[in-house]
Design a protein around this ligand. Structure first.
Ligand SMILES: O=C(COP(=O)(O)O)[C@H](O)[C@H](O)COP(=O)(O)O
Ligand SMILES: [Mg+2]
Length: 428
C-alpha cells in the first residue's frame, strides 16, 4: 500500500474532481490507513505495492487526500481530471462510488458530495427547460405549482386513469403524473393511457383557460422501448415525460437526455429506489450526489422530499437538495457536508415535494420551500371525501389562502372543499 496519498498541504486545482467521504475504519484499522486504501482503490492503486505503477505515473495520477478529520470521520479527496471519462456518469461512479464501498478495511463509507470541475460540466447539457422553462411552459408565475399522482398507483384501466386525471385538472391541478410503478401493464397500456389522458388534458385546458400538463411514465429498457415511448409522447403532442431515475440507471438517463434534445419534452425525475443507497447516513451515496448527477445530465424536475410528509428526509437535507437544484453557485457548507459547486450556467431544476402530503400542509410547505416548488399530492387529493376534483380545488384554495396570508380555517369559512379537507386532515 502506498503511503503518500494523505496530503493535507495540497490545494485542489480548478481542474480536479473533488469528493467528500464519511469513513468508519474497521476494527484495528487506523483512520488514515483506511483513507489511503479508499483513495488508492478509487483511482490508481491495488491492495499491495504494484510494480506496474511507476513512480512517474503515480506522481501524475495519485489522489490527494487534502482534508482529514478523524473526529467527524470526514475526508476530502482531490482527483486529477485525467482519471476520468468526463462525459460518463457510470465511469465516474465506478471510481468514486465503486469498489471502495465494499472494502473490508472500512466498516462504513459514504460518498457525501462530488464537486464537478468545469471540464466535466462542459461534457453535459444540463436541463433543457429547467425551472424557468417549466414556468414559461405552464404559464404559472409567482406561485408553487400544484400536481397530483393518479391513484391507485396501478390497477385503473386507461379510461378510468384519464378520467381521474381530468377530474384533477378540472379541480385545479397544473400537473398530473403517473405513479412510479405504472408503465405498460395489461390493464393500462402505455399508448392508450397516453392518448386518452392527453386528450382530456386538452379538454380541461379549454374549459379552465389554464395550461394542463400530463406527465406520462416512459420508464422501460432504454433503447428498445423507453426512447420509443418518448417518441410516442412527442408525436401525441405531449409536453412532458417521466422517468424513474434509479431503476432506469445512469446510462439510460444520459441516453434519454441526448434523445430528448430534439423534442419539446420536459423530463420529470422520480427518485424511487434512491434509498437503497442514500438512506443509511453512514454508508452508500448521498441523495445530494443523486440530485447533482440529475442536474448535470439534464433532468428538468426532481423529487427532493417534503420534510412534513411520509418520506424520510430531515429539513436541512431537503433544503440542501433544493439549493443544489436551484442555485447557480452553491456555497460550501462544511457542517452539512456540502462542497462548493459553480454550475457553470447549467440551468436550475424545478424541485418537487411529494409523498404523504395533504392540502392542510400547504402553509408549512410554503414556509419551508417558498414559491419555487412543485407541491404534489396523491392521497391528499384522491382521498378527499367529495372526490378528486374537490381534492384538487381544496389544494388551490389552501394555496390561495397561504399566498394571501389568511389562515386555512378563516379561508375555509367561504370555501367548502377546503373546509371538508380541514375536517379530514387537520390534526385536532
Ligand atoms: O406517489 C407518491 C406520493 O403519493 P402520496 O401523495 O399518496 O403519498 C410518490 O411516489 C412519492 O412522492 C415518492 O416519494 P419522494 O417524492 O420523496 O421520492
Ligand atoms: Mg408514487
Amino acid at each position: 500500500m502506498r503511503r503518500d496519498y494523505i496530503d493535507t498541504g495540497y490545494s485542489p486545482k480548478d481542474t480536479d474532481l473533488t469528493c467528500e467521504f464519511h469513513i468508519e475504519p474497521s476494527a484495528g484499522v487506523n483512520f488514515e490507513e483506511a483513507a489511503t486504501h479508499m483513495a488508492g482503490e478509487s483511482s490508481i492503486d491495488s491492495w499491495t505495492e504494484i510494480a506496474t505503477l511507476s513512480p512517474e505515473l503515480a506522481a501524475r495520477l495519485k489522489p490527494h487526500v487534502f482534508y482529514v478529520d478523524e473526529g467527524s470521520q470526514t475526508v476530502r479527496v482531490a482527483y486529477s481530471e485525467e482519471l476520468f471519462e468526463l462525459g460518463s456518469v457510470p465511469q465516474v461512479l465506478s471510481a468514486v462510488a465503486g469498489n471502495i464501498l465494499s472494502m473490508k478495511v472500512v466498516e462504513n463509507l459514504r460518498l457525501q458530495d462530488i464537486a464537478f470541475p468545469k471540464s466535466m460540466l462542459r461534457e453535459f447539457k444540463g436541463p433543457k427547460f429547467g425551472l424557468l422553462g417549466v414556468r414559461k411552459l405552464t404559464g404559472v408565475e409567482g406561485r408553487p405549482l400544484i400536481g397530483t399522482i393518479v391513484k391507485p398507483k396501478v390497477g385503473l384501466n386507461s379510461e378510468k386513469h384519464a378520467e381521474v386525471a381530468y377530474n384533477s385538472f378540472a379541480g385545479g391541478c397544473d400537473l398530473v403524473k403517473d405513479d412510479e410503478n405504472l408503465t405498460d401493464q395489461k390493464f393500462n397500456s402505455f399508448e392508450k393511457r397516453a392518448e386518452l389522458t392527453l386528450k382530456l388534458a386538452e379538454k380541461a385546458e379549454a374549459e379552465t383557460g389554464e395550461r394542463k400538463m400530463y406527465i406520462c411514465n416512459i420508464t422501460a429498457p432504454t433503447c428498445k422501448e423507453m426512447i420509443r415511448r418518448m417518441n410516442v409522447l412527442k408525436d401525441l403532442g405531449a409536453h412532458y415525460a417521466m422517468v424513474d431515475i434509479v431503476p432506469a440507471g445512469w446510462t439510460a438517463l444520459q441516453t434519454l437526455r441526448e434523445e430528448v434534445e430534439d423534442t419539446d419534452l420536459v423530463l420529470h425525475a422520480h427518485r424511487c429506489m434512491h434509498s437503497a443507497y442514500t438512506r443509511n447516513p453512514r454508508h452508500g451515496i448521498s441523495m445530494l450526489v443523486v440530485a447533482k448527477l440529475c442536474r448535470l445530465i439534464g433532468l428538468d424536475q426532481l423529487h427532493i422530499g417534503t420534510v412534513v410528509g411520509k418520506m424520510h428526509g430531515e429539513k436541512h437535507e431537503v433544503l440542501n437538495l433544493r439549493d443544489e437544484c436551484v442555485l447557480d453557485n452553491v456555497p460550501a457548507d462544511e457542517s452539512q457536508h456540502v462542497l462548493a459547486q459553480d454550475w457553470g450556467g447549467l440551468k436550475p431544476m424545478f424541485p418537487v415535494a411529494s409523498g404523504g402530503l395533504a392540502p392542510t400542509m400547504i402553509p408549512d410547505l410554503y414556509s419551508i420551500f417558498g414559491r419555487d416548488i412543485i407541491m404534489q399530492f396523491g392521497g391528499g387529493i384522491h382521498a378527499h371525501p367529495m372526490g378528486t376534483a374537490a381534492g384538487a380545488t381544496a389544494c388551490r384554495q389552501a394555496l390561495e389562502a397561504t399566498l394571501e396570508g389568511v389562515s386555512l380555517q378563516e379561508y375555509a369559512k367561504k370555501h367548502k372543499e377546503l373546509e371538508v379537507a380541514l375536517d379530514k386532515w387537520l390534526k385536532k
